[in-house]
Design a binder for this molecule. Structure first.
Ligand SMILES: CC(C)(COP(=O)(O)OP(=O)(O)OC[C@H]1O[C@@H](n2cnc3c(N)ncnc32)[C@H](O)[C@@H]1OP(=O)(O)O)[C@@H](O)C(=O)NCCC(=O)NCCS
Length: 175
């Protein structure tokens, strides 16, 4: 880490900074609608920010979900973004790591993500074919569907991932 950051839960005053991060980090994708919906959720969502000298430079959300077979608690990791000037300085690693730690602390066994295996592999996420995403993925995205077990006793789930309302938009899974 070149510059010191702190990780904390996001506060209400962080919303404009968080929106700015997604606009800057994803210039070709409009993630703001789902980000705003997630920021409005009051339950089942862990929203963490990375902060440097009071400036918010990274954001991640973990959403509690369920798998149809009723196995242990699970969560979806998304979205994740770091301000361009702060990328490559472990900010993403810090908020993903802290989020996974907090998820394990509240009893989540398994975390799912749809993202670049080249990135999420560093956290030991691996391709998952036991749990189906909420909507069918394009074939070329299948390897991007990954999961990570938290803790030694985590048992892989089987079935379909049930996601709460903000994630029930097919375009988020097939754009
Ligand atoms: C992807 C992202 C969240 C990572 O956050 P970050 O703070 O830059 O990541 P970290 O500093 O913890 O890790 C950086 C490492 O990840 C690598 N990395 C970053 N994005 C990557 C990607 N899409 N695929 C593979 N590796 C990637 C970097 O090359 C770097 O590798 P190194 O440590 O070997 O030099 C951030 O770069 C971002 O917001 N990017 C723009 C949006 C985006 O591409 N999102 C895709 C998410 S899958």
């Amino acid at each position: 880490m070149d510059r010191a950051i702190q990780v904390r839960e996001r506060g209400l005053g962080d919303t404009p900074s968080i929106e700015h991060i997604y606009l800057a980090a994803f210039p070709d994708e409009d993630l703001l609608p789902v980000v705003r919906e997630l920021l409005r959720e009051t339950r089942g969502v862990l929203s963490l920010v990375a902060v440097s000298d009071d400036a918010v430079v990274g954001h991640v959300v973990f959403t509690i979900c369920t798998v149809a077979d009723g196995a242990g608690a699970v969560a979806l990791l998304a979205p994740l973004a770091v301000l361009p000037g702060w990328q490559g300085q472990d900010v993403g690693s810090a908020i993903v790591g802290e989020g996974c730690r907090r998820m394990e602390e509240v009893g989540v066994d398994w975390v799912y993500v749809l993202g670049d295996p080249g990135y999420y592999g560093r956290f030991e996420f691996a391709a998952d074919d036991g749990v189906d995403p909420p909507y069918p993925l394009p074939a070329e995205w299948r390897a991007a569907w990954q999961s990570l077990g938290l803790g030694e006793r985590a048992v892989p789930a089987r079935g379909k991932l049930w996601v709460p309302q903000p994630w029930r938009q097919e375009n988020l899974w097939s754009a």
